[in-house]
Design a protein around this ligand. Sequence first.
Ligand code: PLP
Length: 458
Amino acid sequence: MTIQPVTPDPSISEDLLAAGRRAYELDRAHVFHSWGAQRTLSPMTVVKTEDSYVWDGQGHRLIDFSSQLINTNIGHSHPKVVEAIQQQAATIATINPSHVNDVRSEAARLVAELAPGDLNHVFFTNAGADAVEHAARMARLHTGRPKILSAYRAYHGGTELAFNLTADPRRDAVDKAAAGVAHFMPSYPYRSYFHATTEQEETERALEHLEQTILLEGPRSIAAVILETVPGTAGIYVPPAGYLEGVRELTRKHGILFIADEVMVGFGRTGEWFAVNHWGVEPDLMTFAKGVNSGYVPLGGVAISDAVFESFATTAYPGGLTYSGHPLACAAAVATITAMKDEGMVENSARLGREIIGPRLREMQAAHPSVGDVRGLGAFWAVELVKDRATKEPMAAYGGSSPEMNELVAECKRLGLLPFQNMNRIHVAPPLNTPDDVVRHGLDILDQALSVTDGYVS
Ligand code: PLP
């Protein structure tokens, strides 16, 4: 059955739409946006959010397959979390981070309980990038070594060091190549940098390359290797069997810390509380943000192993933030984690991937010549669009978009789906508690919209 374009929702009042139009005018006059060239932007207005839906400035209801920036793991406006924030605002709305308060203590306990290994200590930050900054600082102070190694294509945040650790094209304009950072090739099986033709070859060669990089950079100068457990923004390429275990082994062998960046994949996104659990890997430091409280109030943090903690047990840690463990953010984290447990959202994420999203995307891959690859785990999938399956020529060049991809996104929105697009990929990342029929309808829309990119296959 052909899906018809979505029409404005009659329950959205004219007043709300007028407020949206006014917001757009003010935005264009005064708001400076992330990443974009300001005069070329035409951002989408959102007038309402609820569960797995957002309503645009014309009142169209769209299924949110982006979870915004992959953060609303529990969907929009979860009533228990909204209530927890309201109650917290009415008791202790803010507090000096040097004082003890109940919600920060409980949030730290919950994170430590869920985190793998002996990550028993939590330093709270405002978001993901500053979590990465602090994890790197802790690793340097703990080891007494200056360098951090990260993978090309990775995204670790937009602040100074985190952006130097980032190795996607956005960094180029500000990179000074002087931040104590060195990069290595990631494992990316679909476009293997190692000319691998099997998963085993990919793992072996990627690990050999990493060890060579460590040896050539000099192990005694390397404090840590930081890796997104499943690289997110760069394309959701799930590590091949044995890769992460190998990275863990290599880092131990050379006295280097392993920092797992779980900012995007933590808190159930991949169908485990943390993605490292899929491979039984225990990092020395683990960064988190986004899903910890679904982004209802900004929060991030570093989970710290006992050994790293000991470096700061009797020596002061040189770092802090006015809002470290902000009560509103921590109350939201406690309520979010509790709701996720009570409602079985992590298990649901795994099931959605296994039973609905994965099988359906594989069907689309078989049916649509523009789909080069599909891959993912839980509620975290990438559809990689190509002009030619044999050459894998991407539908948009690395680092940019293309009229073809813009047309695909526009078609998804026209039919009622808000997708997450990056370069030549569409990411399928709905909230973990999205009802099955809504996920299925979103996938139906994507399936129909893919006829747009099929039309550009050469
Ligand atoms: N690390 C990873 C893996 C991310 O995906 C992101 C953001 O998308 C960050 C760090 C930075 O987080 P934030 O934008 O909260 O600073």
